[in-house]
Design a binder for this molecule. Structure first.
Ligand SMILES: [Cu+2]
Length: 125
């Protein structure tokens, strides 16, 4: 009986939660695992419940609280760190700040050799 009550409480809290959240999917330009980390970190803000970016499909999946953030703002957060989204393009400045490996625009990515890139040895000049 106790378990039933717990389950009911969980179901109720999920239901009230669901009314205020939305989940969107959209394309985001990027190249590698570092891009993934950067994109997901950019979305590590209040209001974002879950953010994922798939390096294979270039698809971002973001669950967020609609009272805190708009879809537009989410796109902007990603553009701010240098990645173009379906709606908002990153500024040249933000784009230039990215690791060379992540330069998706002119096909100039320098990390095309193998999928096991280690960026840890990268040092900015
Ligand atoms: Cu990258």
């Amino acid at each position: 009986m106790k378990y039933v009550l717990i389950l009911m409480a969980l179901a109720l809290s999920t239901a009230s939660f669901a009314q205020k959240k939305a989940q969107i999917e959209f394309q985001v330009s990027g190249v590698c695992g570092m891009c993934e980390a950067r994109i997901e970190k950019a979305l590590d803000v209040p209001g974002v419940i879950m953010a994922e970016w798939d390096v294979e499909t270039k698809k971002a999946t973001v669950a967020y609280k609609t009272k805190v953030l708009s879809e537009e703002q989410i796109h902007q957060l990603i553009a701010n760190v240098g990645h173009d989204t379906e709606k908002i393009k990153a500024t040249d400045e933000a784009y230039a700040n990215m690791h060379g490996c992540c330069k998706y625009r002119e096909g100039g990515s320098s990390c095309t050799g193998g999928d096991d890139q280690d960026h840890d040895d990268y040092r900015p000049e």
